[in-house]
Design a protein around this ligand. Structure first.
Ligand code: FAD
Length: 423
């Protein structure tokens, strides 16, 4: 089906009913656009990307065609001008139909969200602001006009991606630009992105590396010295193709800086919800597990036998428990994404950790309940549930807000004020 035929299909109900959740018209329209293309085009392809562990290139072409690549590009630059919640609720709809597409789309969209609405909330000198606006316009033009795709490699295997120490991938100032050296692991979209939005530390002669000197730099995938190495045969999220990237004396010019000096550090300190952008994918998976279970028990999934399993009271109770868990997850998550802004209150930050933890853990719990409730046939590879189960397992591992780190932070920050000790 081409993206132009989408109005002819019988659509699933929205995850977030626009009236009930008081979505803006723009948010509702973006959610519907994602649901249409997800249901018609992404869902039928998802098994193939998973089986082959290949990047969903066709889905990205479709997203460009329907304007979703530029969802967070400001309207004056030709984008949809969505803010955090508009992106997050739309991404949940995509995650419902293809986890790998939604997860990689997060990496791409961050390049626009961080340089756009989020940077607009942060402090910069007038000169930096002027330069930033000029540079981001170039970056948006590539996305809107050419369909350029951005990856977001920050993981290095150590504590940097957890936000504890500076990145060891380095950016050295040279005439006319930067020289990048380092290695990034788990770089989703490797080999398929046009640009790698690399988080790296500026090397300052005679100074110790500092997280304050983190730079966010767009490295063209075809730049000399960029290599994709290693294989990719994981448990889940196989379509993300998250291989290892090597940067060896890669030169990029000044305009490759996606944020001025010091602004990434400011963002990470003042706009903490920026690290929640991986969660919508898993909220979509949670919804998909419940959707599937309802259809399965109603006897609507082809070739799973004549039995309508819904008549068994144990199945009804199990579905009810799943429904309760999904509603709890959606309500907390929606509240947290609605609160995303610069300088949130302590309670809002704790709620964001709680929402992230809840989505990542409950998505997997709902998938395992779905398998138990539907029964043996539901885990066959001809049906989507076993893929949802494998994909959902990855959510809790995603740095910097892994499920463990969210618990660590809630415990610590709820009990201590900044700087407070027991001495
Ligand atoms: C499908 C998938 C796609 C991904 N895509 C990307 C991507 O596009 N870009 C990207 O940058 N990353 C990506 N990641 C990586 C992800 O965010 C994590 O960085 C990665 O899973 C960490 O793997 P690890 O084995 O190094 O984890 P771990 O060993 O668990 O963590 C790495 C380090 O973090 C610190 N740490 C971890 N847990 C704790 C804790 N509880 N307390 C204190 N410190 C802790 C430690 O220093 C530890 O050595 C992806 C991961 C997956 C599974």
């Amino acid at each position: 089906m081409t993206v132009l035929d989408l109005d002819t299909i019988d659509l699933d109900q929205p995850i977030f009913d626009p009236e009930a959740f008081r979505l803006s018209d723009k948010e509702a329209e973006l959610n519907a656009r994602a649901r249409k293309i997800g249901q018609t085009n992404f869902a039928p392809r998802a098994a193939m990307y998973d089986r082959e562990a290949i990047f969903p290139t066709e889905n990205y072409r479709d997203m460009h065609e329907v304007g979703l690549l530029g969802i967070c590009v400001p309207e004056e630059h030709g984008g949809a001008g969505a803010h955090f919640r508009g992106y997050a609720t739309t991404a949940a709809e995509i995650g419902r139909y293809c986890g790998s597409t939604a997860l990689t789309w997060n990496m791409h969209v961050c390049s626009c969200l961080w340089t756009g609405p989020l940077s607009d909330d942060l402090e910069m000198s007038a000169d930096d602001r002027e330069e930033h606006l000029r540079r981001r316009a170039m970056h948006y033009e590539r996305i809107i006009d050419k369909g350029a795709i951005y990856a977001q490699p920050f993981s290095e295997g150590g504590a940097a991606a957890a936000g504890v120490v500076p990145f060891s991938t380095s950016a050295k100032r040279v005439y006319g630009g930067w020289l990048i050296n380092g290695k990034k692991i788990f770089a989703s979209l490797s080999g398929s992105a046009n640009y790698y939005g690399v988080l790296c530390g500026e090397m300052k002669p005679g100074e110790r590396p500092s997280r304050r000197d983190t730079m966010y730099i767009a490295v063209p995938a075809d730049a000399e010295g960029v290599k994709v190495v290693g294989d990719w045969d994981p448990l889940g999220m196989r379509g993300t193709v998250s291989r290892t990237l090597i940067f060896e004396d890669v030169f990029v010019d000044d305009d490759a800086a996606l944020m001025p000096r010091g602004v990434y550090y400011q963002a990470a300190s003042r706009w903490p919800h920026m690290f929640m952008t991986l969660s919508p994918t898993y909220l979509g998976i949670a919804q998909a597990a419940v959707d599937f279970t309802v259809r399965y028990l109603r006897g609507e999934i082809p070739n799973t036998g004549p039995e309508k399993r819904r008549k068994f009271p144990t199945k009804q109770i199990a579905l009810a428990q799943m429904f309760v868990m999904l509603q709890q997850t959606k309500a907390l998550w929606f509240q947290a994404v609605t609160e995303a802004k610069a300088d949130p209150s302590k309670e809002q930050v704790l709620r964001a950790y709680a929402a992230q933890y809840t989505v990542m853990e409950n998505a997997n719990e709902l998938c395992q309940l779905a398998i138990r409730t539907c029964g043996g046939q539901s885990m066959l590879k001809t049906l989507p549930l076993e893929r949802l189960y494998r994909d959902s397992r990855c959510g809790s591992l995603m740095l910097p807000w892994t499920a463990e780190l969210c618990l660590d932070r809630i415990g610590r920050e709820a009990l201590y004020k900044p700087g407070e000790t027991d001495d």
